[in-house]
Design a protein around this ligand. Structure first.
Ligand code: NAD
Length: 480
């Protein structure tokens, strides 16, 4: 292993160094990518509204003209059906682009703010400035949405961007590397394929912001690697998102929505319902309704779902062992095909790995609870999740869950909808992440809010200047 030459004066990051011989992306190109993009940024061209609009339009064309290729890459990487690929990885980015395109001028315009009396006749304004060259690191589960989605905010805010897709979605990563330079300003947006060494090499060139989507464990490493450069980070992480179902909930609808969301991408979704806390009195009815729904949504004989790769398959299969509960539906695994049946486990041990780790697969633990207090206590005793879901007709119950639990977002009587609403900030809190994006929030994440005050040179009241007299102090106290 040889060390990467860094453009920064700071210490190298914690992630390690690039290995030129076996790197997926030419080492020379990796080691100079930030420098190259920064030269573009320094020309100032990415700051104009026109450039931003053109890039957003180009991104839209990239998606529309390559739908089939994107769907094929997702089928290769994840075995994802074409309709799901369109909805989650194509339509979702289009929605972000449309929102940014419609609001760009408004977002870019300076905001006037009132200044305190003591500063009049000055004028206060906030200007949003691009940060510079930003790095977007994506996971494998939605390889287009979770790289190009953040890119919308980065471009709308006038930045250059390096995209580092996950090496575990290799076909999608290769397609991104092929398409991005064909559609986008190639001196401003670059895809760097690879894994840890390539990521380290980019971070060590001192980017202006890192937008990371992935696991909390890797998020820690990214933050540590960013620290020597004081590079700010947005971390979009995972966790165990619980669903509470109260005794008076609409059981049929709750079952349909929970199963719909759990099956999506074989449960490999950050906002998937991880486990269910259900009122004891309706637990059997909810389990029956979810089992019926599974049979309707995935009619046999082959109900099993594809898992990304052998590593992920083994991880999820390990969660199916020693859970201490009862498998009430599914449970089958196919070693050779690396598929797992949608599985419901009733009342697993809370210390079992399936209740300790993010499941990220088609396995749903269901834990009956005596009261709403128990459900809330259960959630509060654990890491703050990305989402809390509640099925209940009661506004009072909803208000209690919203107020008494902490999570990235809450959805009442549905699953995951907050992720598809571009006017809502999307992000985690605590262990599920820091910072947010989508719509305006993505634009804000990739912008610096610069405070501006302009005032006149006259009158130039001597009150601020020394020597401070008792009279001056009395007057100052009136104004501040
Ligand atoms: P991951 O953390 O293993 O990898 C994410 C990215 O980090 C990949 O590009 C990978 O190449 C890179 N990476 C991995 N190890 C690294 C290291 N040591 N140094 C530098 N870079 C490294 O995550 P994953 O397995 O791809 O995705 C699953 C996780 O992502 C789950 O926890 C899921 O909940 C989370 N996720 C969160 C969101 C969200 O929006 N909050 C969305 C999707 C996935």
């Amino acid at each position: 292993m040889t060390s990467v030459a860094s453009n920064s004066n700071s210490a190298p990051s914690e992630l390690g160094t690039v290995a030129p011989a076996d790197a997926a992306f030419p080492a020379d190109a990796v080691n100079t990518v930030v420098h190259r993009l920064r030269r573009t940024f320094d020309t100032g061209r990415t700051g104009s509204a026109r450039w931003r609009e053109r890039q957003l339009d180009a991104l839209s064309r990239l998606l529309s003209e390559n739908e089939k290729e994107i769907q094929a890459a997702l089928a290769t990487d994840l075995g994802r059906p074409a309709a799901d690929a369109w909805l989650a990885d194509i339509a979702a980015v289009h929605l972000e682009i449309k929102t940014a395109r419609r609001n760009l001028k408004k977002w870019m315009s300076e905001t006037k703010v009132r200044l305190p009396l003591s500063q009049l006749p000055g004028v206060g304004r906030i200007r949003r400035e691009p940060l510079g060259v930003v790095l977007i690191i994506g996971p494998w589960n939605y390889p287009f949405y979770l790289t190009l989605g953040p890119l919308v905010g980065a471009l709308a805010a006038g930045n250059c961007a390096v995209i580092k897709p996950s090496e575990y979605a290799a076909a999608s990563s290769a397609l991104l590397a092929q398409l991005v330079p064909r559609y986008m300003d190639a001196d401003a947006v670059e895809v760097v394929e690879g894994s840890v060494p390539e990521t380290a090499a980019v971070i060590d060139q001192r980017v202006d912001h890192i937008f990371f989507t992935g696991s909390p464990a890797v998020g820690q490493r990214i933050m540590a690697a960013a620290a020597p450069h004081l590079t700010p980070v947005t971390l979009e992480l995972g966790g165990k998102s619980p669903v509470i179902v109260t005794a008076d909930a609409d059981i049929e609808v709750a079952a349909r929505r929970i199963i719909w969301a759990k099956l999506m991408n074989s449960g490999q979704t950050c906002i998937a319902p991880d486990y269910v806390l259900v009122a004891k009195s309706i637990a059997p009815a909810l389990i029956n309704a979810m089992t019926d729904t599974l049979a309707r949504f995935r009619p046999g004989p082959d109900t099993a779902l594809p898992i990304l790769d052998r590593r992920q398959f083994d991880r999820v299969v390990a969660l199916l062992a020693n859970h201490g509960g009862t498998v009430v539906s599914g449970g089958g695994v196919d070693e050779s095909a690396a598929t797992i049946e949608p599985t419901i486990i009733l009342d697993p041990s809370v210390t079992a790995p399936v209740m300790q780790e993010e499941i990220f697969g088609p396995v749903l633990p269901v834990i009956p609870v005596d009261t709403l207090d128990h459900a809330i206590d259960f959630i509060r005793a654990r890491e703050k999740p990305l989402a809390v879901y509640l099925f209940s007709p009661s506004r009072r119950v909803a208000n209690r869950v919203i107020a008494e639990t902490s999570s990235g977002g809450v959805v009442v009587n549905h699953i995951g909808l907050h992720c598809m609403a571009p006017n809502l900030p999307f992000g985690g809190v605590g262990n599920s992440g820091m910072g947010s994006y989508h719509g305006r929030w993505g634009f804000e994440t990739f912008s610096h809010r610069k405070s501006l005050v302009s005032t006149k040179t006259r009158p130039d009241l001597p009150i601020l200047y020394p020597p401070v007299t008792a009279l001056k102090e009395r007057i100052l106290r009136l104004f501040f």
